[in-house]
Design a protein around this ligand. Structure first.
Ligand code: CA
Length: 235
């Protein structure tokens, strides 16, 4: 099966040129022309590698990367401007696998893509988030595969529900405030309803606690939510 590449690049001519080259090499290509659309496509998943321009309208490439790394370890190659040294450093710090400076020779881009695709299993082990499986009682969450199992049965969650559950499970034993959850799961610039956390905890409870007869997510009155570290298996 052809490997799928997502290209997030606002310069449409350049995007078209790169797309044609990638198609010629036998890759499947999807394009997004701004950060928001790029993140949405990345969230929909199914990509083997992402080419991500840094200077994007809407959401910058670095912000897209930061949010992407909450739920995916897919290899990312940043497309940076010639003088964007700070961008390169922040990009690698944020979890990019590689970068290429514009303007680039297409052969170099193709070589880096091949290297990025080869690195995939290693990236899954060492990249953020690591290829990890979180466990709380009867609930297992596989970060890389993006899968939840409760009592051995798969559970379908939306991306937001998954991110929220992942963050709670990563912090098992800690009480997390609504603000902390909003910041980590929705992003610091989130401007929607402030009760979003409560609404999504309700969704999770209905899909997990109620469906499987568990008590996974505890409300800590006046503070927030917690998955207890002594989360027991309940039969
Ligand atoms: Ca750009």
């Amino acid at each position: 099966m052809a490997e799928r590449i997502l290209l997030v690049e606002d310069e449409e001519k350049m995007a078209r040129m790169v797309e044609l080259e990638l198609l010629h090499e036998g890759y499947e290509v999807a394009k997004a022309f701004d950060g928001v659309a790029g993140l949405a496509q990345a969230e929909a998943g199914g990509f083997d590698l992402i080419l991500l321009d840094i200077m994007l309208p809407g959401l910058s490439g670095l912000e897209v990367l930061r949010r992407l790394r909450r739920f995916s370890a897919v290899p990312v190659i940043l497309l940076t401007a010639r003088d964007g040294v700070t961008d390169k450093v922040s990009g690698l710090d944020t979890g990019a696998d590689d970068y290429i400076t514009k303007p680039f020779a297409i052969e170099e881009l193709l070589a880096r893509i091949r290297a990025g695709l080869r690195k995939r299993p290693a990236a899954a082990e060492s990249g953020p988030p690591p290829g990890k499986v979180l466990i709380a009682g009867e609930v297992t969450l596989d970060v890389d595969r993006h899968e939840i199992n409760v009592k051995g049965q798969p559970v379908e969650l939306t991306l937001r529900e998954f991110s929220l559950l992942q963050y709670l499970m990563e912090n098992k034993g800690r009480v997390l405030s609504r603000d902390a959850l909003l910041e980590h799961v929705w992003g610091y610039d989130y401007v929607g309803e402030t009760n979003a956390v409560d609404v999504y905890v309700r969704f999770l409870r209905s899909k997990i606690d109620e469906k499987f007869g568990l008590k996974l997510i505890h409300t800590v009155r006046g503070i927030g939510y917690q998955i207890r570290s002594d989360q027991q298996r309940v039969l």
